[in-house]
Design a protein. Sequence first.
Length: 366
Amino acid sequence: MERNEILKIYGTDYKENTRRLLEQADLAAEIPSVGSRIGIKPNLVSAQPAQFGATTHPEVAAGIIEYLQEHGFRNMVILESSWVGDKTTEAFEYCGYNRIAEQYGVELWDLQQDTSHMEDCAGMQLRLCDSLKQIDFLINVPVLKGHCQTKITCALKNLKGVIPNSEKRRFHTLGLHRPIAHLGAGVRQDFIVVDHICGDLDYEDGGNPVVRNCIMAAKDPVLMDSYVCRLLHYDVSEVPYVVLAGQLGVGSTDLSRAQIRVIGEEEKEELPRAKKVVEVQYAVEALDSCSACYANLIPVLEQLKEEGLLERLNEKIAIGQGYRGKSGELGVGLCTSGFAHCIEGCPAESGQIYRELKAYILEHGE
């Protein structure tokens, strides 16, 4: 498979289609030796079933493992770290990865329990999980999704699962885009299998899946993410980390040179324009907010909007690490504990946000 290629396959037999995709890509030829330790990195952001549009379908992981085992590879691990506020062990269990590990004899590595080290990632010091040093060939298996802060998430951003929780928090204080791009330069992903089956086009934690029944493969994460920008109706310039990763030499943003090849029957690839986040963001004043907290707030605002209550809110909702030690009127998350009205939690849970924010609006709203 050439670096400027993107392969696609459509259909509902996800495991078999993954195997067909990898045969076409000749993945086995990319791996140094049959003794190489291969790391499979899904997106298990939280303990959500894949059909909700947030996590990598276990059938895709199973298809990768079966293909590799059929070609003589036996040294495989599945490694992941869920986002801050969720436990990877619960995601492994709930998303079906414990069953896969047992069925195929593959280890599960919970990187939330890993030690870490600082590493120079193209001029930026980032903290990485130590287990990465034991991986010879990394297969990234992201979900094609929207993101409430960065607009899209796919190959590059999925690497946040190989850094410790403390570093995930720090990424937000650094503005997300620059550290994500530098992480892509510091951690080489050797092959990418994209779960484009039913990703949520608005939220990284799912809930509004858009069914496409597609799986994709690529070698260039920047090219892959540039293509995702096109599919989700964004110009690449609207997602700064993709542009910066290209400038750092991680890959190419030049889609004019991309060879997009469909295996089997092609389906019309027209995705709706995601807009739910944009419609409620006006009510939020975010400053270095972690994704988990922010993503829990946005669906609540959407629900309050549908109930006709959001327009009665006459106060911006503060959220994010930038509000630590500060005071104000209304905040969400432990970082706003100094505010007159704080909905606490790290992250604050959606149910709690809904109850307390609705009560606040009914008492203080216009």
